[in-house]
Write a new protein. Sequence first.
Length: 260
Amino acid sequence: MTSEFQTWERKHYVAGGGDPMLFYVVYGDINASAPLSRSRYRSNNAPDGIDVMSYGPSTHPDVPGSFRNGYIWDEFVANDPDLAATVGRCEHCMILRGTPTDSSTLNYLRDTVGLITYLIDHGGCAVYDPFMFCFWKPSDWKEKIFEPAAPVPRHHTVILVSEENDPSLKWFHTRGMRKFGRPDISVHNVASDLEDGVVDLCNRLIEHQAFGHVVQDGQQITMASLPSGGIIRHGGNLDDPDFNNFHLDVSWQKSGKTKR
C-alpha cells in the first residue's frame, strides 16, 4: 500500500542479513473495532507477515496469564506494583507477532508502533515486549517509542549488565535486535575502566545493524576508547534463552592487550 507518511529508511541495508521478528503483547479490554486513523498513528495497520490475535475468556483464556510469571514479571511487580496489579486483573490481551515480508525499510516497525499506540488509545493498559524483557506503561510507550516519529533503535533494545564470576568484571549484553533481523551483542569480562567504551560500542552496533548493516565474522574493533585487538565473532542461535537470537561475541586476546 502506498503511504503518504515518511519512510523509515535502512540506509545501510544489505539483503540476507537475517529475518526480523516482532512480538508484542498488549493488555486490556481493547475496542479494536474503532477505525484506525492512518494519519494520526502513522500506520498502514498490521504489516504483511505480522499476525494480530485476540485472547480472552472465550478464546484461549490461559494466554493472558501465561506472561505473568517468572523473573521478568516479579521485577515488574516490584518496580511498578500499581500497573502490575492492573495487568494482573486483565482477562484480555492482543498479541502482535510474526516476520514481516519486507524488511528493506523499517516501515514494518513504523506501522506496528502506530498500531500498538492505537490499541493503547482504545483500551490497552500496558505493552509487554518479551525481547526487551520490558512492560511498557502507555505514557512511556508514547514518549519513547511513538512520539519520536522515527525508528530510535536504542529505544527498541536494551543493554543489560550482569556480574561475572570475578566480581570486578561485568558482562554487557543486549536484547531486542531480533526486531531488526540482526544479532544481539555480548561482551564478557569488562573491567570498570572500559565500561563506557563498551556501552558506546554496543550502541554503535545497535544503530548500524538496525539500519541494515551486516557485521562480518572476524571484524576487528577500532575505537579509541577500547583496547586494540578486539574482534567480533558470530555465535548462538535463535533458541538461546539469553538473547532469543543470534549474537555477536566481542572479545580481546589476553596477550598484548593495550589501550589505544
